[in-house]
Design a protein around this ligand. Sequence first.
Ligand code: ACO
Length: 388
Amino acid sequence: MTLIDAAPGLADVSVAETTIGDVRGDEGFYHYNRYPAPDLARSSTFERVWFLFVHGRLPEPAELDAFTARVRAERVVPQDLLALARTIGSTPGAHRPLVDLRTVLSATAQYLGMRPLWDCDEDTRRDDGIRLCAMVPTLLGAVHRAAHGLDPISPRDELDTAGHWLYAATGEVAGPDETRAIEQYLIATVEHGFNASTFTARVIASTGADMPSAICGAIGAFSGPLHGGAPDRALDALDAIVARGGQAMTAADAGDVARAWARDELSAGRRLMGFGHAVYRTRDPRSELLREVATRLGGRTADVAVEVERAVVDVLSAARPDRPRYANVEFYAGVVMDRCGLPREMFTPTFAVSRVVGWTANVLEQARDRHIIRPRATYVGPPVETSA
Ligand code: ACO
């Protein structure tokens, strides 16, 4: 058999067919099951988009009401699982909410009786997915609060997913502007093709394992800084630029300071967090949307960020004219989340609150295809020795 040599990182290799959505890197465009995602973020609610991922179509008003009521009920976590979340969150050590969530979710197969996908019908798989997604914000809030010696919040029935998340994470009910900003962020980040975490979830689903195993694997892949773990680092970079410019630095000065900073970082061989993308060869439509959200919310950080973005894109383009790189979703994500009162350690978890909906949709789609994903590798080690 002749093996096909795929490009490193499987770049530009299509490994499946999907109806969930598409990312067109050359056009700077992505959609969810035919609907341009930034349009949904501008005009829709998170629950309406979540329904689209579960059912493959947008809901009628009565269906949306029923779905919203269902996910509000399912966000209440059973006491034994909540107790586990509190134990994990309050365990001394390096506190990382996403890692704590992964640990807690790995117990859900037992606690909630979630069986292998291989042994479940479509309805059961879908129910498992909705339940996990609904519980994720509550569990993340619980581990985070436990790490700070606080009790978990009790979900408030009148809050939608974005409001519930802000409440679970901060203990405060956020205002409408902040809630809508986070809702737009959540909608814009539900799904994005066969990225590392989604692919991981699909590989696990292809083995017939249970839904929590697939989601735990996805969270592991997602937590790395080259994937979902960059928004706090991107905001750290903005802080470094502000520190370099000094307190008196105006937003207008920020461009020059950022240019010098970016050149120094590149010379030191470091990556500029919040810039570049594996698929987009032009502007990332998510960062365009989030710039809009950040500037609507206003504030000095947003003003500085706009200047920094321009300057860093110039420096990256000058360094590699053949491969310009632009701000990715993470660059403005941190600015928006910070402005909405989320602590830095909850930036990547916020991304997971939305992305888990995309992961579960991919798990459901993969589970319908009863083939295991099993690529090959080319051996390049020393020749075989028969006399070991
Ligand atoms: N800063 C400095 N150099 C960069 C950056 C960056 N932000 N992005 C890419 N490069 C370099 C690469 O190292 C590579 O150099 P090389 O050819 O000398 O090896 C070159 O530019 C080309 O890289 P690409 O093919 O454009 O990007 P790739 O697909 O390898 O990586 C990635 C994409 C991982 C996102 C990269 O751009 C990066 O590390 N960015 C910073 C981290 C970040 O923002 N992550 C969040 C991504 S968004 C998300 O996952 C939700």
